[in-house]
Write a protein that binds this ligand. Structure first.
Ligand code: HEC
Ligand code: HEC
Ligand code: HEC
Ligand code: HEC
Ligand code: HEC
Ligand code: HEC
Length: 380
């Protein structure tokens, strides 16, 4: 029942994408070798050097504690990257999307003209390293399709180019690293087949197509955060021992509480948010007015909601929510589950990137709500 619901979520979001794309995309030149066309200015030597991944700046590194527990073998990562590159240009295998992946094809016509596939933005992979506030709302509005992105802006160091410029992450010259969602899959989803790896031990090292992408030492215990991000995630997750919720999705609250990863809150090492430790409980000393809020619910069958303000403010910027989604007065915003299910209020994130709305008791937490009522720690 539960896993089905999450698959339903994946597929329904894919369906919406398919419909959108199908309307936007006219006929396409079917015969092409899939190799991405490069701008004439691209220097091949530099490109192959980048294929071997220059050392990235400290901004991409994990916290030193996390790094000690999950040492990263860079050479292994290089193998994965190189392999995936050649793989994606040669095959038409199905690309599995996972919760939070966004297929970006606003500029579909221009992409096809440039002979590249559609872009996948993997939230999961990025939020392992960065909190939402690094990207939202300054670089990207958290609203699918609301950002004007093209290769000019990326090369100018905006949008994805804020990081994918060879400093924080690999250079945007590696076309297939982003452009790997086959338009075939958008247009004729049934004709594309997924590859099932036979040896479960190999799944973690599989690329998005499910094929083995990179060698890695499979005797090592599974548990390297970078590999989780690189693997074929739904299957990889099952083996990686990550804390998961009852839908099988990563439980980001447990993961960060346990210190397994410490996503950065800024790209600037001088910013106090850069490596600020997890802070989910309200601290009197904190200067911001972000106590947890008890949201009463007009229902006899379900408990009130405790909105963990401090937790949200650790991941997100105030302006992700105020004033766009919620006013700064407790009790003022009128919300209903119906509207949330349509993607409003809490549903702007819950059901898309943060845990899904089906997980009722994580918001309608009876025990926490009772605690709020007896102590002064929540306001209502
Ligand atoms: C590395 C940058 C980055 C990080 C970090 C990031 N996002 Fe996003 N987010 C994006 C991009 C890019 C899009 C797609 C925007 C578009 O289509 O124009 C997006 C889209 C979204 C959307 C809209 C999805 C939809 O289907 O409409 C939501 C909601 C969202 N992000 C929430 C979050 C949350 C919550 C976090 C933190 C847990 C987060 N994002 C972290 C870059 C990021
Ligand atoms: C805040 C910095 C940042 C921004 C902004 C950003 N990325 Fe990334 N991205 C990274 C880092 C760091 C990595 C990991 C690089 C590495 O492994 O060397 C990465 C890796 C990736 C990967 C590889 C995932 C995998 O499975 O190997 C893809 C795809 C990707 N980014 C796409 C995008 C797209 C598309 C955008 C813009 C819509 C974007 N990124 C914006 C920092 C960023
Ligand atoms: C970091 C990720 C990333 C990399 C690497 C990347 N692109 Fe893009 N590309 C994007 C995004 C994001 C868009 C816009 C997505 C949308 O339209 O929704 C885009 C759009 C495009 C478009 C259509 C819009 C335009 O600017 O004409 C073309 C063509 C294109 N890319 C070609 C390339 C080529 C060729 C390369 C390699 C030299 C490349 N891209 C590398 C992310 C990337
Ligand atoms: C994930 C979304 C989210 C984020 C991020 C967020 N808030 Fe809120 N905030 C809310 C919600 C929801 C309410 C309650 C609205 C209601 O009950 O109608 C609220 C209420 C408030 C209130 C009113 C409290 C009261 O007692 O009346 C203040 C003040 C506030 N927020 C400040 C902030 C500040 C400052 C930040 C950044 C540090 C922040 N918020 C970040 C969602 C958010
Ligand atoms: C992301 C947090 C969240 C999740 C998950 C969630 N709810 Fe809610 N729920 C709320 C909030 C917030 C309200 C609105 C309170 C208000 O302002 O009246 C609410 C209101 C309600 C109400 C009152 C009537 C209405 O429709 O608004 C019911 C009943 C309810 N939820 C049931 C559920 C059930 C059943 C689930 C699981 C399928 C669920 N909720 C999941 C946050 C959540
Ligand atoms: C802008 C995005 C965003 C909005 C809007 C948002 N959340 Fe969240 N929420 C998150 C993220 C990110 C997390 C971290 C956990 C995750 O990603 O699954 C989170 C976590 C939570 C948790 C913690 C669960 C736990 O295991 O401790 C609760 C409860 C919650 N949200 C309730 C709400 C309610 C209620 C609302 C609406 C009033 C809301 N959220 C609106 C992004 C958002």
């Amino acid at each position: 029942m539960a896993p089905r619901t999450s698959w339903f979520l994946f597929f329904s979001s894919i369906l919406v994408l398919l419909l959108e794309a199908a309307c936007a995309i006219p006929d396409r030149d079917a015969e092409k070798d899939g190799a991405a066309k490069r701008p004439p200015s691209v220097d091949d030597d530099r490109r192959s050097a980048l294929g071997e991944r220059e050392p990235v700046s400290s901004a991409t590194k994990m916290s030193s504690a996390a790094e000690e527990s999950f040492p990263v073998d860079k050479s292994e990562m290089n193998g994965i990257s190189a392999q995936r590159k050649s793989e994606s240009s040669a095959s038409r295998d199905k690309v599995e999307l996972v919760y939070g992946d966004i297929v970006m094809a606003e500029t579909a016509d221009a992409m096809k003209e440039g002979e590249v596939e559609a872009v996948v933005f993997p939230h999961w992979f990025h939020r392992m390293r960065f909190r939402c506030k690094v990207c939202h709302e300054d670089t990207f509005k958290s609203d699918k399709g609301a950002n004007k992105i093209d290769m000019d802006s990326i090369s100018a160091g905006e949008s994805c180019g804020v990081c994918h410029d060879g400093t924080v992450a690999w250079d945007a010259l590696e076309c297939e690293n982003c452009h790997f969602y086959p338009f075939d899959q958008i247009e004729q989803p049934d004709k594309v087949e997924a590859q099932e790896p036979e040896d479960p031990a190999e799944i973690l090292f599989a690329g998005r197509s499910g094929k083995i992408a990179g060698k890695g030492d499979r005797r090592n215990p599974v548990g390297n955060a970078f590999k989780w991000g690189s693997g074929w995630k739904p299957r990889a997750l099952a083996l990686a021992g990550l804390p998961r919720d009852r839908f099988g999705l990563v439980d980001w609250v447990a993961l960060t509480r346990k210190g397994m990863v410490l996503p950065k809150g800024s790209l600037d090492p001088d910013d106090p948010e850069y490596e600020s430790p997890v802070r989910y409980e309200f601290d009197e000393e904190g200067d911001e007015d972000i106590e947890d809020i008890l949201i009463p619910v007009k229902s006899d069958t379900i408990s009130a909601v405790v909105f963990p303000h401090t937790l949200h403010a650790w991941w997100l910027n105030c302006k992700s929510c105020h004033p766009r989604r919620f006013t700064r007065t407790a009790g003022e915003t009128r919300m209903t589950m119906k509207e949330m299910a349509k993607g409003k209020y809490c549903g702007e994130c819950h059901g898309k990137v943060a845990f899904p709305l089906e997980d009722c008791s994580r918001c309608h937490d009876k025990k926490k709500a009772e605690e709020c009522k007896v102590s002064d720690s929540c306001i209502s």
